[in-house]
Design a protein around this ligand. Structure first.
Ligand code: BJW
Ligand code: ZN
Length: 230
């Protein structure tokens, strides 16, 4: 089977990475909608840099959990062709061993240059305004897709959804588009659709099947029960 897995902040919650829209989803009193926009960055780049610098630094203190590992195991055992499309900007899927991962909202460990448009691996705090390794300008911004910007690799995601036999959504509230629309697209193209989330998401009725509980429990149990036909 061709399986497309969409993940969101909930899959990393048990690793200690805060989600966006749960009780602790505020950062120094800011809603994500107020920090994660190009306008916020233009208005107050230091605040936005500090938000992402803090989250980048926090990454080195967290580890993948059983849900990340279960997905990596499914890809490794080779019975299914798995593509993980993550909205997350952490690197926990890769550290668990997943190889085929699309970071549609960018990555904390990458920086983008506003002068030359290059993208570079970087774990340096950007509030210090390091030089771009490509052009030397001090014009780096977080390589993050903010509200109003186009997510990465939408063409690849679209063709994976067209061919998918199974679409699984894990740990996402279904509040942010275009990711929230993938379930309807996958369904329209003929995939079976499954939601694995702590609680019913905004789009829960769009799924054929839903299992609710913490990802660290629900994902390994779903993966263990996955048959050759889903
Ligand atoms: C657990 C758990 C546990 C907890 N186990 N589960 C009006 C209508 C429709 C659309 C729009 C509109 N106005 C504007 C738009 C478009 C806009 C949008 O969707 N806005 C909404 C607010 C309405 N979208 C955009 O602007 C996007 N770009 C775009 O649309 O371009 C144009 C275009 C695209 C395609 C075709 C044509 C045109 C860009 C969106 C960028 C999102 N960026 C962010 C921040 C950057 C990353 C970062 O800083 O980290 O990405 S926002 C934030 O939300 C982050 C996330 O990736 C994203 C999704 O959040 P997620 O992952 O779902 O987290 P939560 O917290 O919401 O949910 C966690 C879930 O886990 C909950 O359900 C919990 O219950 C659960 N959970 N613990 C399992 N242990
Ligand atoms: Zn540059």
């Amino acid at each position: 089977m061709r399986v497309v897995v969409l993940t969101g902040a909930g899959i990393s919650a048990e690793s200690g990475v805060p989600t966006f829209r749960d009780a602790d989803g505020l950062w120094e009193g800011h809603r994500v909608e107020d920090v994660a926009t190009p306008e916020a960055f233009e208005r107050d780049p230091d605040t936005v840099h500090r938000f992402y610098d803090a989250r980048r630094a926090h990454l080195s203190t967290v580890e993948p959990n059983a849900a990340h590992r279960a997905l990596a195991g499914l890809e490794r055992d080779g019975r299914h062709r798995l593509l993980v499309v993550t909205q997350n900007v952490d690197d926990l899927h890769e550290r668990a061993g997943s190889r085929d991962v699309v970071h549609m909202h960018g990555e904390l460990l990458s920086a983008r240059c506003l002068a030359c448009d290059g993208r570079f691996r970087s774990d340096a705090p950007l509030v210090d305004r390091p030089r771009c390794p490509g052009c030397g300008e001090r014009a780096l911004r977080p390589d993050i897709v903010w509200f109003g910007e186009l997510p990465y690799e939408l063409d690849r995601i679209q063709s994976a959804l067209e061919r998918a036999d199974l679409f699984v959504s894990i740990g996402t509230s279904g509040a942010v588009y275009p990711a929230a629309g993938f379930v309807s697209a996958a369904r329209a193209y003929g995939a079976r659709t499954v939601e694995l989330n702590l609680e019913p998401s905004h789009g829960t009725d769009l799924f054929h099947d839903a299992r609710h509980g913490p990802a660290g429990t629900v994902v390994p149990s779903w993966a263990a029960g996955l048959t050759p036909t889903g």
